[in-house]
Design a protein around this ligand. Structure first.
Ligand code: COA
Length: 251
């Protein structure tokens, strides 16, 4: 079965991350599928909103660690960067439903969404430093803008998870619901948006994002250069091997 399920109904395209046996971690093929689906949703005039959701127990464990080991990300043309550019520039409303762990890109992609529903079991984390890496997806710009510097530094330097209530307090999520209701709540919001005039939705989103977008795209590229270099360094190799061997890394 496909690891990204794509379904369109009533003006809403829903992308469901569906790789539960690996905690919905993203492979290159999954980034490519999401980028293709966003491109299709952008050009289909009957689609007004996109929902990104996982499972009631897990949103996403971030990038597949084995993929990091096997095929280090290169800046140009890699599916992850197609996906990042697609999500950062997506012109229609994006709604996310997040339950359980949202690690790495599982959290950073949310900064590009317009509305985020969290299950009360959601746990957000950006453990890039713990993996010998640095922030991605524009998060080094977007996290401090949203949370303020010190909370951003805590989230990005320590990399510890923060829970749904903390995410609500800093403005990363709009509302918290029981996990079994998160996907339905996101659908309800998406359908509410889809009943509104598309041009007004798109123009409002364009104006909301206008000042920040050029800097975000520039930061995604700058982070990618550092990230790609750091993937090859001993610290990252140590962290990936430790994860695979289910032990603590020794830096
Ligand atoms: N890449 C590849 N495989 C992953 C993965 C990832 N990012 N996250 C989890 N998995 C795999 C595990 O290796 C395990 O596989 P196995 O059954 O073959 O041993 C399986 O998914 C279940 O994971 P497990 O760690 O046992 O689940 P958990 O419920 O105890 O913990 C997480 C869930 C998400 C907290 C934990 O898996 C985790 O921290 N994952 C790594 C997150 C990460 O560092 N991502 C990269 C960010 S850039």
């Amino acid at each position: 079965m496909s690891e990204i399920l794509i379904h369109t109904d009533a003006g809403v395209t829903t992308l469901t991350i569906n790789r539960l046996e690996k905690k919905n971690s993203f492979t290159a093929a999954m980034y490519a599928a999401c980028a293709d689906a966003l491109d299709a949703a952008q050009s289909d005039s009957t689609v007004r909103t996109v929902v990104i959701q996982g499972h009631a127990t897990v949103f996403s464990a971030g990038n597949d660690i084995g993929d990091f080991q096997r095929a280090p990300v290169s800046r140009e043309g890699a599916p992850v960067f197609r996906f990042l550019r697609a999500i950062a520039t997506f012109p229609k409303p994006l709604v996310a439903a997040v339950c359980g762990p949202a690690v790495g890109i599982g959290t950073t992609l949310l900064f590009h969404c317009d509305l985020v529903v969290a299950g009360d079991n959601a746990a957000f984390s950006m453990p890039f430093v713990n993996l010998g890496l640095c922030p991605e997806a524009g998060s080094s710009l977007l996290v401090p803008q949203m949370m303020g510097y010190h909370r951003a530094a805590e989230a990005l330097l320590l990399g510890d998870p923060f829970l749904a209530e903390a995410a609500l307090e800093v403005g990363l999520v709009n509302r918290i619901v029981p996990p079994a209701e998160a996907n339905a709540e996101a659908q309800m919001l998406a359908r509410k948006l889809a009943a509104k005039p598309l041009e007004s939705l798109m123009e409002t989103k364009r104006l909301l994002k206008k000042v920040n977008l050029p800097q975000v795209l520039e930061r995604i590229d700058e982070e990618a250069l550092s990230f790609g270099r750091m993937l090859q360094q001993p610290a990252a190799k140590q962290a990936f091997a430790a994860f695979m061997e289910k032990r603590k890394p020794v830096f």
